[in-house]
Design a protein. Structure first.
Length: 345
């Protein structure tokens, strides 16, 4: 009997330690815009607590400080080609920017030196997104040039890239491709990656081993035409993920454009059917919220969910293409002629 109080204390300790995160009921946001002339910015990445990098549609690669000051900017032109960037990634040593269109040009920027580390010429070439698993292993994805997605990988920190042959990838449906809306066609957790598509078919491609082997999963997201499908994906952990999109040509249409998974992408459940946000170009989990808090952006505005994406509220009418979180209270956004810092209260 003497041990009973001690057991109660121990039990109380474990209950307190296992207390689940309580999401914020309401959020107020403030947005500080940094205007950038004559460029559409769909790719931004947070380098550290004081610097972000963006890549734009006019061959522009720029660095902004945490206070919104333009720290540096370069204008890239290669053999009269001004690359249009929509894919961007970084390691601790370098920044990588990948252009859309033919030829695909992948640039490595390190120590103020610029180098092309991959080039692909094909009438169908169109790369959409790029991410790194770690400082050595990276992956980029694009539309099919044959009967599979275009996937290139690196194992040496981005110095060399190789295209994965179609015999090592699932066959893609005719008319299935991807959207270069926000550099979020790829989500990575550890050695796992999920890649999303749209068009006549909206699928999720999954690898658990840095891109060596692949599975493909069907989704209930709207599909069937060239502009329908999944535009963005994010995973909070190995099991919990969210996909969003819709129809770019029907941005306010009622459609199956949001879905969540609890089993690593094998199956998906439509959420918030026929409610805003109707079209989404980018979705991201808020860090340190156990996957409960989610933000989505599009040209329709900024939206917030406190329950895994099942219900949403509009928190700003400002339109953006992409969003990236530094922590649970700070994010960066990008859009047409603008990069912005968002604070959450």
């Amino acid at each position: 009997m003497k041990r009973t109080p001690l057991l109660i204390i121990i039990l109380f300790f474990f209950i307190a330690c296992s207390e689940v995160y309580k999401p914020r009921e309401k959020v107020n946001i403030s947005i500080n815009k940094i205007k950038l002339d004559s460029t559409s910015i769909r790719a931004i990445e947070i380098i550290n607590d004081s610097t972000i990098v963006y890549a734009g549609s006019k061959g522009d690669l720029g660095f902004l400080t945490n206070f919104g000051d333009l720290e540096g900017k370069i204008k890239i032109i290669t053999d009269t080609i001004t690359p249009h960037f929509r894919a961007l990634a970084h390691t601790k040593n370098a920044v990588f920017a990948l252009s859309i269109g033919n030829p695909a040009l992948l640039y490595k920027y390190q120590n103020k030196q610029l180098k092309i580390v991959y080039k692909e010429e094909n009438d169908k070439v169109f790369y959409n997104s790029m991410q790194f698993f770690d400082d050595l292993n990276g992956i980029a994805m694009g539309d099919p040039t044959s009967n599979c997605l275009s996937i290139i990988t690196t194992q040496d920190g981005g110095n060399t890239w190789n295209k994965v042959p179609c015999e090592n990838l699932p066959e893609i449906a005719e008319g299935e491709a991807a959207f270069a809306a926000s550099n979020t066609n790829i989500a990575i957790v550890g050695t796992q990656a999920w890649i999303v598509t749209g068009g006549v078919k909206s699928s999720v491609y999954h690898t658990s081993d840095l891109g060596l082997t692949w599975n493909v999963y069907n989704t209930p997201i709207i599909q069937g035409t060239a502009t329908t499908g999944i535009y963005s994906v994010d995973f909070y952990d190995n099991n919990r993920g969210i996909i969003c999109g819709g129809n770019y040509l029907d941005k306010f249409g009622n459609s199956a454009n949001k879905a969540i998974t609890k089993n690593g992408g094998k199956t998906w459940e439509i959420v918030a059917e026929n409610t805003a946000p109707k079209y989404i170009s980018c979705v991201q989990y808020v860090p340190e919220t156990e996957g409960k808090e989610v933000f989505a952006v599009s040209t329709n505005g900024v939206f917030y969910s406190k329950n895994y994406g099942k219900e949403w509220e509009k928190v700003s009418d400002e339109g953006f293409y992409s969003i990236r979180f530094y922590n649970k209270n700070t994010a960066w956004l990008s859009g047409n002629n603008v990069v912005a810092k968002m604070q959450i209260e």
